[in-house]
Design a protein around this ligand. Structure first.
Ligand code: GTP
Length: 195
């Protein structure tokens, strides 16, 4: 089987309500998190795009790299579907914008252990699949479209009904996948590298 080429998708379309400022623009590693996330996955991807709800959401982000959400769908599903429909032959490596603990070792692991025969390759921690660091194959598109058009928007729920490839993360490393959603979690992360 010929594996689909991987493109990158940084999910950056959330309203960041709990943080109170756009999580994509926060500085963690000496640069805005959108730029850091893209640099992290770029070596594994043909191109990296940013998934946004509208064009003017994030300062300094190159407009030609923004992929707008599919209308009438809410949440990250709208971004993943828009990407899958923009290039139907691509596999998409998806990374949430609010996971500053994700490092090259984790990206390398999912890339190397990808199973393109399954619809989605996903990391798992604490017994749960983590949809915000995952690889989506083109074969899953139709089912995701149907799922979204029935009004559902939970990525985790979608993954539960799919035959996915799971990569289990060691308990000691699972904190790296934490999303940093509040100012308090951010302060902790900046102080001690975890929330
Ligand atoms: N493209 C796109 N990405 C989204 C959308 N909603 C959330 N995301 C992304 O999905 C990831 C997880 O988002 P959440 O933490 O659930 O939501 P959030 O807006 O970031 O934060 P809250 O408003 O505080 O819940 C982040 O990378 C978000 O940028 C959306 O409607 N469109």
């Amino acid at each position: 089987m010929i594996e689909a080429p991987i493109y990158g998708l940084i999910l950056a379309g959330g309203p960041s309500t709990r943080m109170g400022e756009n999580k994509a623009e926060l500085i963690y590693h000496d640069r805005p998190q959108w730029a850091y996330s893209a640099q992290l996955i770029a070596p594994y991807c043909r191109e990296v795009y940013f998934s946004v709800r509208n064009d003017d959401q994030i300062a300094d982000m190159p407009a030609e790299l923004m992929l707008r959400d599919k209308p009438n769908i809410t949440g990250p599903v709208a971004g993943i579907l828009a990407a899958m429909e923009s290039n139907e032959r691509a596999a998409w490596m998806v990374l949430g914008i609010d996971m500053p603990g994700v490092d090259r070792a984790l990206i390398n692991r999912i890339f190397r252990q990808r199973d393109a025969n399954k619809g989605v390759t996903c990391l798992m921690r604490d017994g749960k699949a983590e949809p915000l660091l995952s690889i989506w194959e083109p074969t899953v598109r139709d089912r995701l479209q149907k799922y979204a058009s029935s009004g559902k928007s939970s990525l985790r729920q979608f993954l539960q009904q799919e035959d996915i490839h799971i990569i289990v993360i060691d308990d000691a490393m699972s904190y790296k996948l934490d999303s940093i959603d509040t100012p308090e979690e951010r302060q902790n992360f900046l102080r001690k590298g975890r929330k």
